[in-house]
Design a protein. Structure first.
Length: 511
């Protein structure tokens, strides 16, 4: 676990979640705050985080065990799947709506945050429907749904479409109407990620525009759900170093304070999450975020009971062969990829694959988010496979990738290998010369420096200590996803069981 947001003196430092918790949304139930985020093509999806103070967060589960349609996510689809979910609490249930750009708008719901969650229900079918958000109007009993558009699938962008929705969230009740046309707002483009609220007798849509790298957070309001809406920019970079501050959720504490959680795009680290103070201007009723509309770096914590420092887990001893909640597969998992046993350590089967030389194509890579700080990631590996060509290792995975690990050679020896592939390469190549690993085991390390520049090293346990391997590797993101740390075990195509690899004592330590 890497902490650091809570400064211990009543203040906090942004980001409060310093890793790729993309497109966050937040809700309060009683004294508890819950957050979910995009998970795209990884499984399980829809992460669920919990906090008591909006600064210290822990990962408590996932709402989506497998992606739908299951057959399409048997292989990695890194920029598909779950886009920009919305988390709400209504009728004593938690609800999550999201858009899959290739299939439509889904929802799941549960009486408890830890589940059981319902199977995904398709609320509205269609191409390019993204960033869905519901609203149940407690005063009128009406239910509404708003969503944005992905031009890559629909040819449409910069629009927000609204529907009346069945109160049980099972479907929409009309054909929909464009309630915000970004082309009609001077200077606005790529409006998306809407979050829908009712406040002070206004319908409010908090929606970003301007793109993830350089955009801003907008607020729009109307007395009627279907408009017309007036707009205002309420958060933008200004003189800060927080580029593109936008897309997130508003939440009110039990003491009546208002706060806004949003992301910042940080290249290979993905979309890290910031917490901004927020208030409603008494003169004109518009929200004011951050420091007069600019992001804060350090600020007083919310007026809530003090909590111990916390952050989503990174370390893992894999007790009984089980892996922690922080891990996700790069596609829907299959039985037998990871086996439980009586000891500690992650036992991954050496899955036979024809595309063994390109980790980007493999569904059986177990991943977690790349931390947004300088740190080291370490793990011990033992290769328990006699199959020539079987290999296992520790990877940094993105549009390009690098990994270091063990491979069984044709002559039966086990070799330490270090390989990489650029974004344009179709297969990996050696980053350093292979060398024998006489004990069949190794301690692996990736030192992640500034700008996610990674240095690989190893300790073969023969008295030589840590030795560097290969040149510096610059981690890269996927299209919408930050780089990932990954563990894998593979074997060439063939017959029969190909053995396994065992990983122990996975540790991430700040530098």
């Amino acid at each position: 676990m890497i902490t650091g947001a809570d400064l211990g003196d009543g203040t906090y430092r942004n980001p409060v979640l310093n890793a790729d918790w993309s497109d966050p949304d937040v809700v309060r139930v009683g004294d508890d705050f819950y957050l979910t985020a995009s998970s795209f093509g990884r499984a399980p999806g829809l992460p669920l985080l919990h906090s008591r103070d909006l600064v210290n967060w822990t990962l408590v589960g996932h709402a989506l065990e497998r992606l739908r349609p299951a057959d399409e996510f048997r292989v990695p689809r890194h920029d598909c799947g779950v886009w920009a979910p919305s988390l709400r609490y209504h009728d004593d249930r938690f609800w999550i709506f999201w858009g899959d750009p290739d299939h439509g708008i889904y929802q799941v719901n549960s009486p408890e945050i830890r589940g059981p969650w319902t199977s995904p229900h398709l609320v509205k079918e269609g191409k390019g429907l993204i960033d869905a958000c519901p609203l149940w109007d407690e005063e009128t009993g009406e239910a509404y749904l708003v969503h944005a558009w992905a031009k890559s699938r629909s040819g449409v962008k910069n629009r927000l479409t609204g529907h009346r929705m069945h109160p049980e969230g099972t479907g929409v009740l009309d054909e929909g109407k464009v309630i915000v046309d970004g082309d009609r707002i001077p200077g606005w483009f790529t409006i998306e990620g809407p979050k829908l609220y009712k406040h002070d007798d206004w319908f409010w849509i908090l929606a970003p525009a301007g793109g993830v790298e350089t955009g801003w957070q907008g607020a729009l309001r109307s007395r009627e759900f279907f408009g017309p809406y007036e707009e205002r920019i309420v958060l933008e970079q200004g003189d800060t170093d927080v580029n593109g501050p936008h897309q997130g959720g508003w939440v009110r504490t039990p003491t009546g304070e208002d706060w806004f959680l949003h992301f910042q795009q940080r290249g290979p680290y993905g979309r890290v999450v910031h917490l901004q103070p927020m208030r409603w201007d008494g003169a004109d009723g518009w929200p004011v975020m951050g420091d007069a509309g600019a992001p804060v770096a350090v600020h007083r914590k919310p007026d809530l009971p003090a909590q111990p420092p916390a952050a989503p887990a990174t370390d893992d001893d894999f007790p009984g062969g089980r892996y922690g909640r922080q891990w996700q597969w790069t596609a829907n998992p299959q039985d037998g990829w990871a086996t439980q046993h009586s000891g500690d350590g992650l036992r991954l089967s050496c899955v036979r694959r024809s595309d063994i030389h390109d980790l980007r194509k493999l569904p059986n890579v177990l991943t977690q988010r790349l931390p947004g700080i300088t740190c080291t990631a370490e793990v011990e590996l033992r290769l328990d496979s006699e199959e020539p060509g079987a290999r296992a290792g520790l990877a940094v995975l993105g549009d390009s990738f690098g990994w270091i690990g063990l491979e069984r050679a044709d002559d039966g020896t086990v070799r330490l290998v270090h390989r990489f592939a650029e974004s344009v390469a179709e297969r990996e190549r050696d980053a350093d010369r292979p060398r024998e690993a006489p004990e069949g085991r190794v301690r692996l390390r990736i030192r992640i420096g500034a700008g996610a520049r990674c240095r690989f090293s190893y300790d073969l346990g023969v008295g030589d200590g840590w030795e560097a391997s290969g040149p510096v590797f610059a981690a890269t993101p996927w299209r919408w996803v930050g780089a990932l740390l990954g563990l894998f075990a593979l074997a060439p195509v063939g017959g029969g069981h190909a053995g396994a690899a065992t990983f122990t004592q996975f540790r991430v330590s700040p530098l």
